[in-house]
Design a protein around this ligand. Structure first.
Ligand SMILES: *Cc1c(COP(=O)(O)O)cnc(C)c1O
Length: 396
């Protein structure tokens, strides 16, 4: 037998974390890494945040799981807080981002069905998008590397160029249900939507009776310095998928919707065994308590500005390697002039700095939202050193 016990679908690297402390991960041999990847924008409070740890431990001892056959005081309370803090009137809890997007897709289709237009079942999605790994969400994603060998995919998606408003509008026809779009693409390489693009999609939805479905799984939950990234654009969606940061590392996602958009989601139309169980709700509430504390999001924006400035100051010293910085808040992308995967491996293996590669030769910088100036200084120091030695190595 040569297959590994863990199905070999990930190109796992040599870092084997066994413990976490704030912004640091510690490996099997005690080696320390500065974690500016945060489990890909998940560990928003860093590792071992006392409030989150205690909430999970207390709830595990009290009541971990009950069926959604029963009433959910825990779910009602957390959902109400999300409703109060966002555009939404109602929330469905999931266990992952892909499931949140699935629920968003179903909610959009069911809206038009409930309105007597079942033929309006097609969502327009965008190049370089990432929406998850289920059959539904890879069908929504026009990327061969995610889809190869998994055909037949689901019908009901059409693809336009990201940030090309005219191209997107040109695809609208009698079968269009709406748009599914990340306000800032994560996997695609920290590519923010332009204001004209996102506002234009919103306007088209209003004019044509379509639904704007945002995938804020990566950009949402405080990452950009706003609770959700669409607040940067002054628009609201009809339906939105959230996950990653929402549980701070506990598997949790949510599909949020306005009352109007959720029109079709009546009893019996959707469900999840684990979705929204008391343990998940306790984790979610603990994270939300911290994120919505006075000044927390402002501090994310401030740390984001500092980090960005520090990165921009560093670029001229290594301008054969680094090109530019993009993104918002603590969702930043450092664009390289060469392969970002190789550089991420170098920074990790030789400089103890964890980052994430993304599309377009971008290095994603996604630290915990709880970092301070000292972590920023340490990151930039390690990055500069990594760049300096990297050059020396590639000049040999
Ligand atoms: C990570 C991600 C997903 C998928 O989330 P999972 O929890 O891995 O299913 C969906 N959309 C976006 C934008 C993401 O970044």
């Amino acid at each position: 037998m040569s297959i590994t016990s863990l199905m070999p679908v990930y190109p796992r690297c040599g870092v084997r974390p066994v413990r976490g402390e704030g912004a640091y991960l510690i490996g099997e041999q005690g080696e320390r890494y500065l974690d500016f990847a945060s489990g890909i924008a998940v560990n928003c409070l860093g590792h071992g945040h006392p409030k989150l740890v205690k909430a999970i431990a207390d709830q595990a001892a009290t009541l971990m799981h009950v069926s959604n056959l029963y009433g959910s005081p825990q779910g009602e309370k957390f959902a109400q807080r999300l409703v109060d803090a966002t555009f939404a009137d109602t929330v469905f809890f999931t266990n992952s981002g892909a499931e949140a997007v699935e629920c968003a897709i179903k909610t959009a289709r069911r809206y038009h069905f409930a309105n007597g237009s079942p033929e309006r079942n097609t969502l327009i999605t965008f190049s370089m998008a990432f929406h998850g790994r289920t059959i539904g969400t890879i069908s929504a994603t026009n990327q061969d590397k995610l889809r190869d060998g998994f055909e037949p995919l689901l019908p009901g998606f059409r693809y336009a160029e990201f940030n090309d408003l005219d191209g997107a509008l040109a695809l609208i026809d009698e079968n269009t249900a709406g748009f599914l779009v990340e306000p800032i693409q994560g996997e695609g390489g920290i590519r923010p939507a332009t204001p004209e693009f996102l506002k234009g999609l919103r306007k088209a939805c209003d004019e044509h009776g379509l639904l704007l479905v945002l995938d804020e799984v990566q950009a949402g939950y405080g990452r950009t310095g706003k609770f959700f990234a669409h607040e940067l654009y002054g628009i609201t969606p009809d339906i939105m998928a959230a996950a990653k940061g929402i549980g701070g590392g506990f598997p949790l996602g949510a599909c949020l919707a306005t009352e109007k958009a959720a029109k079709g989601m009546v009893i019996g139309t959707h469900g999840s065994t684990y979705g929204g169980n008391p343990l998940a709700m306790a984790a979610g509430e603990a994270v939300l308590d911290v994120i919505l504390e006075d000044g927390f999001l402002d501090n994310v924006a401030k740390m984001g500005d500092r980090l960005r400035q520090a990165l921009e100051q560093m670029i001229p010293n290594h301008d054969h390697l680094f090109d530019s910085v993009r993104g918002h808040g603590l969702m930043l992308g450092l664009k390289l002039k060469s392969d970002s995967r190789r550089f991420v491996a170098h920074a990790r293996d030789n400089h103890g700095l964890l980052l994430v590669a993304a599309g377009e030769n971008v290095v994603r910088i996604l630290p915990p939202l709880t970092i301070d100036e000292s972590h920023i200084a340490e990151c930039v120091e390690r990055l500069s050193e990594a760049a300096r030695v990297y050059v020396a190595a590639s000049d040999e």
